[in-house]
Design a protein around this ligand. Structure first.
Ligand code: NDP
Ligand code: A1CAB
Length: 273
């Protein structure tokens, strides 16, 4: 689907740091007209070619077709009034903020026609992200507008239950950081076994990248692929026995995801109080 944005039906990004910046770079690569985009971010000193950059929201302009909120959830409440004033019945507000729930967004944004929560992740920059989406207010063609933004970023998963956005924040939103820790752990282990640091880092990255690509291309499960690597009585089984003992890896990952998901719920509560 083509992007539903033009200079007279623009997309505004309020807060354009690591995450919104990654999304924007992918959108521009995918054909979004830069003249249809305005970044509002006091910290940025430059913007992609053709994109308008403002330190404060433009005054006296028609409301945008979509306004993406890319600020940190901790400053949402103090910023919400300003955001509300920028919107109108034709605006879809799209929040990528962790935690801040649909009820809070609905209370703060009386004017916006549509409200969507979209939980992206950083590999969106390459079109290999995973986004989870939920409609909080169904107006202004909210589904199609948000879907057109999510699709170029990679997997786009719409959910009916809003609680799955918080769960998904832990799984796919934060998930890349957990995978990066695992890559580093493999590299550290490789150094202990004698590789130079640069060799260890290269081996860890190539192994995780290759294994993920094969799992994505395969018609069998990761568990089956693990069994294909593990020869009976061989080296892999010796290693898997450590990861699997007392369900070590399952338990560690489950606790990691639970902590991240709990934090999303805490952030939502903080914004309500
Ligand atoms: N990073 C990630 O992988 C993911 C992040 N998210 C969500 O994305 C959001 C942004 O995270 P991230 O990109 O990491 O954070 P960043 O700090 O990199 O980006 C936020 C940007 O907003 C700017 N900003 C602060 N106040 C305002 C304001 N009043 N108006 C406009 N811009 C402002 C910040 O400036 P300053 O530096 O001065 O504060 C910064 O440039 C968060 O809500 C997070 O939950 C969701 C999924 C993944
Ligand atoms: O760490 C965070 O709070 C954000 C949300 C998901 C990824 N980064």
């Amino acid at each position: 689907m083509a992007f539903p944005f033009t200079p007279s039906r623009p997309l505004w990004l309020l807060g354009c740091g690591n995450m919104a910046g990654a999304m924007l770079s992918r959108w521009l690569e995918s054909g979004l007209d830069p003249a249809a985009v305005t970044i509002v971010d006091p910290m940025r000193t430059d913007a992609p070619e053709g994109v308008r950059l403002c330190a404060v929201p433009p005054a006296d302009e028609p409301a945008p077709a979509a306004l993406l909120i890319g600020i940190k959830p901790q400053i949402f409440i103090e910023t919400a009034g300003t955001i509300d004033a920028l919107t109108g019945p034709e605006t879809v507000v799209i929040s990528i903020m962790a935690g801040i729930d649909g009820a809070t967004l609905g209370d703060r944004f009386a004017r916006a026609g549509g409200i969507v929560r979209l939980m992206p992740n950083l590999p969106a920059a390459l079109g290999q992200g995973a986004s989870i989406l939920h409609i909080c207010r169904d107006g202004a063609n909210a589904h199609d507008v948000a879907d057109a933004l999510a699709r170029p970023l990679g997997l786009a998963l719409w959910v009916d239950r809003e609680a799955l956005i918080d769960a998904g924040t832990a799984v796919s939103g934060s998930g890349p950081a957990f995978v990066y820790r695992f890559i580093d752990a493999i590299a550290k282990g490789a150094e202990k076994l004698g590789f130079a640091p640069d060799q260890a880092a290269a081996l860890a990255l190539a192994t995780v990248g290759g294994a993920a690509a094969l799992a994505a291309a395969s018609d069998v499960s990761p568990a089956t692929l693990a069994d294909r690597v593990a020869s009976p009585g061989g080296t892999t089984r010796a290693g898997l026995n450590i990861l699997d003992a007392d369900q070590s890896i399952d338990s560690l990952v489950a606790r990691t995801l639970q902590a991240a998901s709990d934090r999303a719920v805490e952030l939502a509560e903080m914004a309500r109080n």
